[in-house]
Design a protein around this ligand. Structure first.
Ligand SMILES: Nc1ncnc2c1ncn2[C@@H]1O[C@H](COP(=O)(O)OP(=O)(O)O)[C@@H](O)[C@H]1O
Ligand SMILES: [Mg+2]
Length: 379
């Protein structure tokens, strides 16, 4: 059976290839039509391209699926469309129709951070530029996840993405209180004074206790104001800053902090406490509770991983195991939304210059920074 399926796939690939070879120019529309023709040549009714448009490098098609052709089944063919168009493809359901976006150019190996224009996202509480995709730059609000997880092999871009996230929040949402747990001690040292950088693993237990105390205080404040969550409270024009906890190398956290962490992950969202975590080894022993915790990280990003098991641990499917070995290349997943991205590249030395230029960052209480063990996040 599997062999038969394989034969059919190879046959389809061959016919696409021959059609493609005989076509002149880089016409994504014709390529998409070729794939549909090849895939559904035996069907009476084929998926129908109803509409096409092009914006910059991105083609957009609206496609109607005939009865009997399911969306999930059609979406699984996206790699065939990608091969034929030579670009990256994103397929999405829009009511009864399907939209297919094709980035005419293949994703590049490097997109600078400067492509991110923060002024476009004023309606988001904590915008995160996730990466470039077939749909253009993907930017999502951290408060909606409510926590974000990134995994993958060493040296493929986890920390870079944390630099992108940390700096875009500190630069453009300077009222946010940020804590960065940095076991390497060197990676985020440049942000000391702008964020609370904790590099002693022995301090993490106390930090999480304090954050839980803060969580309880905030719960009381929201209750007194009759608000179920921080967003409601802010809409009533009360003030409460968001708190973002970034943890690089999550698997290095001490075991005895798991309960406090778990509570933060479960309840933090309502009071504006959000976690961004990165780890190389989600399968590590110190991380047994990860299966439970994973559900709290709705937004996930997996860079290249060693095998399908690790890919599944991070994004619940094998796709990250098939990524090309390109630094910064990853699969982004949030609920049903899933796509390949190339994260923006940000050199910390360049990041620091952005602060000097825009001067938007209000430095958090410097006394508290010198005494991380005593500190309480501001309100
Ligand atoms: N988005 C990107 N684009 C280009 N190069 C990248 C990107 N992300 C990471 N890199 C390169 O890969 C190297 C390792 O990235 P890093 O974030 O330190 O990986 P990790 O934390 O997963 O070990 C970086 O020093 C940088 O040169
Ligand atoms: Mg790293």
């Amino acid at each position: 059976m599997a062999r038969q399926q394989q034969n059919v796939i190879e046959e389809v690939r061959d016919s696409i290839k021959s059609l493609w070879l005989h076509r002149k120019g880089n016409d994504a529309h014709a390529a998409v039509q070729d794939v549909i023709d090849a895939l559904y040549s035996k069907d009476e009714l084929k998926p129908l391209i109803m509409n096409k448009s092009k914006e910059g490098d991105v083609w957009k098609f609206t496609i109607h699926l005939p009865p009997g052709t399911g969306f999930a089944e059609f979406k699984k063919k996206s790699n065939l469309f990608s091969d034929a168009t030579g670009g990256s493809v994103h397929i999405e359901k829009r009511g009864k129709a399907v939209t297919m976006e094709v980035m005419a150019e293949e994703l590049k190996k490097n997109y600078p951070y400067s492509l991110y224009d923060p002024t476009k996202y004023d309606d988001m509480y904590l915008p995160l530029p996730i990466g470039m995709s077939a749909k253009g730059l993907i930017v999502r609000d951290l408060t909606e996840y409510p926590h974000f997880f990134t995994g993958g092999e060493t040296n493929f871009g986890k920390s870079n993405e944390l630099h992108v996230f940390a700096n875009s929040i500190l630069l453009y949402r300077p009222e946010t209180f940020m804590i960065i747990v940095d076991p390497k001690s060197t990676e985020f040292a440049y942000l000391e004074g702008r964020a609370l950088v904790v590099d002693e693993m022995g301090d993490v237990g106390e930090l999480l206790e304090k954050l839980n105390e803060e969580l309880d205080k905030r719960k009381k404040i929201l209750k007194a104001a009759n608000c179920v969550k921080i967003q409601k409270y802010l809409k009533k024009r009360y003030e409460m800053g968001f708190i973002v906890l970034i943890v690089d190398e999550w698997a290095d956290l001490p075991e005895d902090v798991q309960n406090d962490l778990w509570r933060l992950l479960r309840m933090g969202r309502f009071v504006g406490i959000h976690v961004i975590a990165a780890t190389q080894r989600p399968s590590s022993k110190t991380f047994e509770k990860f299966g439970d915790m994973k559900a709290m990280f709705y937004g996930r990003l997996s860079f290249v991983v060693a095998d399908a098991i690790n890919s599944r641990m991070i994004i619940d499917c094998d796709d990250a195991a098939n990524l090309p070995a390109i630094k910064g290349r990853a699969i982004y997943k949030c609920g049903l939304e899933m796509m390949e991205v190339q994260t923006l590249f940000l050199d910390p030395e360049e990041a620091i210059k952005l602060y000097d230029k825009s001067n938007t960052c209000k430095v958090v209480n410097p006394i508290a920074i010198k005494q991380p063990r005593k500190m309480l996040p501001p309100r």
